[in-house]
Design a protein around this ligand. Structure first.
Ligand SMILES: C[S@@+](CC[C@H](N)C(=O)[O-])C[C@H]1O[C@@H](n2cnc3c(N)ncnc32)[C@H](O)[C@@H]1O
Length: 227
């Protein structure tokens, strides 16, 4: 799969949309509120942060970085200053800095961290690590199916944020979910906005215990789980 720059269209609300996948990067209503509901609360965060020396979040689909910056902001408010957040995200098609800036301009308080994120952009192909505010960010640029088997760490929480599984099936494959399960800490969890039946079955087959809970906004259900 080529790591080409995505062709971005914009909705009336200013949400980026990838023409090639025919899908938005996050909810048109409020992407940040969606990130807080689906990915933070879905992984019992910030509660799990309060008593840990370090915490690793891993994500499929970096996109605009909104999930990362939302997590970083919540981490700063909730976690003791002595603790460390490591955020690892896999992205096959990094957006341009200009498109990311435009998307994130909807949340001006994220601006300082966005500037730090974009001070060196685009990220190199393969794995690269940088500090953004209080967090260590590792970006894996390339197809997650190729890169995840090369990632040696384990996630305490997974943000599964590919595009709509019907449009982006590669990022929800059974083999990828099995790799992901193998790279999850013994107390690790995942959350995703989708409740698609075949994604749920792939996660169960990988070894996760899966539950359906209320989704964000107009989405009736989403999936959460643990190893
Ligand atoms: C819904 S968007 C993610 C939104 C993002 N989490 C954010 O905070 O803006 C899905 C992302 O998955 C990426 N993607 C799609 N297929 C992929 C693959 N096979 N490997 C890695 N990334 C992929 C897309 O390029 C896109 O950035």
């Amino acid at each position: 799969m080529p790591t080409n720059t995505p062709n971005i269209e914009w909705t009336d609300a200013g949400t980026p949309r990838a023409a090639a996948f025919d899908d938005v990067y996050y909810s048109d209503a409020d992407g940040r509120a969606e990130a807080e509901h689906v990915f933070l609360a879905g992984n019992s965060l910030p509660d799990r942060w309060r008593e840990t020396p370090s915490f690793t979040i891993a994500e499929l689909g970096f996109g605009t970085g909104l999930n990362f910056l939302t997590a970083l902001s919540a981490w700063r408010d909730a976690a003791p200053t002595t603790t460390r957040l490591h955020f690892v995200s896999f992205e096959a098609h990094p957006m341009t800095a200009a498109d990311i800036r435009q998307a994130l301009s909807r949340w001006p308080d994220l601006g300082i961290d966005a500037d730090a994120l974009l001070s060196s952009w685009p990220p190199a192909r393969g794995f690269s690590t940088r500090d953004v505010g209080a967090a260590r960010l590792t970006l894996g640029v390339g197809d997650a199916n190729d890169l995840l088997p090369r990632w040696q760490d384990r996630a305490d929480a997974w943000f599964l944020d590919g595009f709509n599984p019907a449009k982006n099936p590669d990022l929800w494959r059974a083999e990828l979910m099995a790799e992901l399960h193998a790279r999850t800490a013994p107390t690790g969890t995942f959350a995703t906005y989708t409740a698609a039946g075949w994604v749920r079955r792939n996660l169960i087959a990988a070894g996760f215990t899966v539950a359906k809970i209320n989704g964000y906004g107009t989405k009736r259900e989403m999936l959460v789980g643990h190893v």
